[in-house]
Design a protein around this ligand. Structure first.
Ligand code: APR
Length: 308
């Protein structure tokens, strides 16, 4: 069966994710955007890279949702990106309106799809996606934890001068300044990080990870990160389509797990053809639990403003 992945928002994150999905031959790709010609132009350009890259998946661009019909997965990146000095929360109301409209169309055309929300503020927009689509909670998942974890792994690898491939880590909680890097579970080839780095160095890396998105925004001056976010999306898409059941930190709707109820937060999940097949509850010490609770509280405060 040939899968179809639709990507809503043909901007930096959406187009980069589309490129990687097509180049990995994971699925046919449909790009949708409100800007006339943009998704069609990028889709055509991407399609024409096929003969060179040795990929012949179909790539199509559209301004409406007909072409997305019966998608296996829909990735939602539509919305505004952060500008320097802007927090993810500043985007709240603008992106709320956009996501509501987008998800209503997506759900109508692909009622069986798995939805991956990328638009910020992530945890709140994932909740808007769940509510608007009316889909079961296993079919709505937010991308953030993989990105935050990848940043953490990159910084640890740089500090130690080893491959980032040898660093395992987990960043939980909301995708924002209150995210919770679980340093206790970070290992270098399975060996706890405390054997290699002193607490001050680990703390520096935690702080840099928390500000990882802002660091890129500041350098770019206009727009926000997209290579790493798109890579994280594609890892999720691949785990779902190929039913790899990878354990990945993603935003999931929690109903009591980790003592959190009725909001999305980043937790380790098993991601496969059934979407979120399982939420893994790992043991947390009191400090970690407290950090996760306060991260959840800030997500709850934001979601509360939306009066969903
Ligand atoms: N329907 C479809 N597309 C839309 C809509 C809409 N209602 N509103 C905006 N868009 C499109 C824009 O036209 C633009 O092409 O969404 C795209 C967003 O692209 P960028 O501005 O390049 O933003 P990007 O860097 O891709 O980030 C998108 O992901 O990581 C998050 O914070 C980021 O919320 C932001 C989102």
């Amino acid at each position: 069966m040939q899968f179809k992945v639709s990507v809503i928002g043909a901007g930096n994150v959406g187009a980069t994710a589309a490129q990687r999905i097509a180049e990995c031959r994971l699925a046919d790709v449909v790009l949708v955007d409100i800007v006339e010609g943009l998704p069609q132009g990028k889709a055509l350009d991407l399609l024409e890279s096929g003969p060179v890259k040795g990929t012949d998946v179909r790539v199509e661009g559209a301004n409406d949702y007909e072409a997305t019909r019966d998608s296996t997965i829909v990735v939602i990146t539509a919305g505004l990106a952060r500008k320097p000095g802007m927090s993810r929360d500043d985007l709240l109301f603008k992106n709320f309106a956009i996501i509501r409209g987008v998800v209503a169309e997506v759900a109508k055309h692909s009622p069986e799809a798995i939805l991956i929300t990328v638009t910020n503020p992530l945890d709140a927009m994932a909740q808007v996606t769940l509510k608007t689509s009316g889909f079961p909670k296993n079919r709505v998942v937010g991308m953030a934890g993989i990105l935050d974890t990848a940043r953490f792994r990159t910084f640890v690898a740089q500090e130690l001068g080893v491959s980032s491939d040898s660093i395992q880590a987990l960043v939980l909680g909301g995708h924002g300044d209150t995210m919770v890097p679980l340093t206790r579970y970070c290992t270098v080839a399975g060996v706890p990080i405390g054997n290699f780095l002193d607490p001050a160095a680990v703390d520096r890396i935690v702080q840099r990870t928390r500000g990882g998105g802002a660091e890129v925004v500041k350098l770019l001056k206009s727009g926000s990160a997209y290579y790493a976010p798109a890579a994280a999306v594609v890892e999720m898409v691949e785990s779902i389509l190929l039913d790899r059941k990878k354990v990945l930190p993603c935003a999931a709707y929690l109903e009591g797990e980790y003592g959190i109820d009725g909001i999305f937060a980043g937790v380790p999940i098993v991601l496969g053809r059934g979407g979120i097949e399982k939420i893994l509850e790992i043991p947390l010490d009191p400090g970690e639990k407290q950090a996760l609770e306060s991260s959840a509280a800030s997500v709850r405060e934001l979601v509360g403003k939306l009066k969903l």
